[in-house]
Design a protein. Structure first.
Length: 140
C-alpha cells in the first residue's frame, strides 16, 4: 500500500495572486500520486486578481473559477509543507511535522502585465525547483 500524497499549501495574504499561481503550477507539474498543492490566504480576497488571471491564461491556465479560501490552523495541521509568500506574522504557526518555506515574492496586485509576468515566471521557476528537490516530478 502506498502512502497518501503529500499536501503542500501555498499561502499569501489574499489568496488571489502568488499562492494561486504557485498551486496551479504545482498541480500541473507534480506527480499527483506523490503530492498535491492547495492555496489559501490569511485574509482571502473576493476573487483572483484580474492581472493574475490574464497572465496565467497566457500559459493556458484558467483560474477564473477559483475562489480564494481561508488559511486555517486545521488546514496547516493536515499538510506536509507550508510555503508562505508575504503573509509574515499572519501565517499560523505550523505544527512540528510541517516543513516550512518562505518565498519573498512581490504581490502582483495592481502591477503592470509585464511585471506580473516576471512574478509569474519566478513562481513557476521556484515551483519547478521545489518539485525536483523533493522527487515529485511526473513520470515522462
Amino acid at each position: 500500500m502506498s502512502a497518501a500524497p503529500t499536501t503542500v499549501i501555498y499561502a499569501c495574504v489574499h489568496n488571489a495572486g502568488r499562492s494561486q499561481m504557485a498551486a496551479a503550477f504545482f498541480n500541473q507539474l507534480v506527480d499527483p500520486a506523490k503530492a498535491r498543492g492547495i492555496s489559501a490566504g490569511t485574509q482571502p480576497g473576493e476573487r483572483v486578481h484580474l492581472e493574475v488571471l490574464a497572465t496565467m491564461a497566457e500559459l493556458g491556465i484558467d483560474l477564473s473559477a477559483v475562489k480564494p479560501q481561508k488559511l486555517t490552523p486545521e488546514r496547516v495541521a493536515d499538510c506536509g509543507w507550508l510555503v508562505t509568500m508575504g503573509c509574515g506574522e499572519e501565517c499560523p504557526v505550523a505544527p512540528g511535522h510541517v516543513r516550512r518555506l518562505d518565498w519573498p515574492l512581490e504581490d502582483p496586485k495592481g502591477k503592470s502585465v509585464a511585471r506580473v509576468r516576471e512574478i509569474r515566471d519566478d513562481v513557476q521557476r521556484r515551483v519547478s525547483v521545489f518539485i525536483a528537490e523533493n522527487g515529485w516530478e511526473r513520470a515522462t
